[in-house]
Design a protein around this ligand. Structure first.
Ligand SMILES: Cc1ncc(COP(=O)(O)OP(=O)(O)O)c(N)n1
Ligand SMILES: Cc1nc(C(=O)O)sc1CCOP(=O)(O)O
Ligand SMILES: [Mg+2]
Length: 215
């Protein structure tokens, strides 16, 4: 599975972090719309959820991702990623160290890393065990209150690294500023509100995917 998943990661352009839509609600319909629109990776990011409840929501995501042939990501917790059979675990700077997560998950699960500064991005571009990394926030965002934004300078810095490791820009990205992110050198983005709060999430995902794939 890992070679296939790594090939899918290399081709991925649009990564969604979604909450559990108030404990599932319209989650299946929302997922079908955005996955059909062109989301490549879906992460459940609903901070403070109990593990059992997170696993139940991940079953809904796993079913949708399997149906659309897309990658399922878990945030923060290697044990939950393992239990859910996820394709991807995403780790922030304060989360489990990458070698500890690898010891739990083995080689078949992709591991991603958050970066918020030049030294962190440069390290994530070469660190063993890291499959992709994210740089941000591009703009201050209410989805991550209190997180200072290094802005597009960090995107430009990361693009200049010339790394072949997949990396994504994140934070405050929407269809109105996507061109600025692309002009700064990103070719992949992570979004939350741009899809979770869209009037038509499927159409918004399709427009992101179209513009990312032609960039
Ligand atoms: C794909 C992706 N990128 C960045 C993050 C942020 O991770 P982190 O800094 O650990 O913050 P939390 O999301 O855990 O609050 C992410 N989750 N996913
Ligand atoms: C979850 C997260 N991590 C960030 C980082 O910089 O690591 S920014 C962010 C929130 C992104 O949400 P939105 O697309 O709604 O602005
Ligand atoms: Mg985290």
């Amino acid at each position: 599975m890992s070679d296939t998943a790594r090939a899918e990661l290399a081709d991925a352009r649009l990564y969604l972090c979604t909450d559990a839509r108030r404990r599932q609600g319209d989650l299946p319909e929302f997922l079908d719309a955005v996955l059909a629109g062109g989301v490549d990776i879906v992460q459940l990011r609903d901070k403070g959820m109990e593990a059992a409840e997170e696993l139940a929501c991940l079953e809904v995501l796993a079913e949708a991702c399997a149906r659309h042939g897309r990658l399922l990501a878990v945030n923060d917790r290697a044990d939950v990623a393992h239990a859910a059979g996820a394709d991807v675990l995403h780790l922030g700077q304060g989360d489990l160290p990458v070698p500890a997560a690898r010891a739990i998950l083995g080689e078949d699960v992709l591991i991603g890393r958050s970066t918020h500064a030049e030294d962190e991005a440069a390290a994530a571009a070469v660190q063993d065990g890291v499959d992709y990394f994210c740089t941000g926030p591009c703009w201050p965002t209410p989805t991550k209150p209190g997180r200072p934004a290094p802005g597009l300078d960090l995107v430009r810095y990361t693009a200049a690294l010339g790394t072949e490791r997949p990396w994504f820009a994140i934070g405050g990205i929407d269809l109105g500023n996507l061109d600025e992110v692309l002009a700064a050198g990103a070719r992949r983005v992570v979004v939350v509100r741009a899809l979770t709060e869209a009037d038509d999430p499927g159409a918004a995902a399709a427009e992101f995917a179209r513009r990312l794939r032609q960039s």
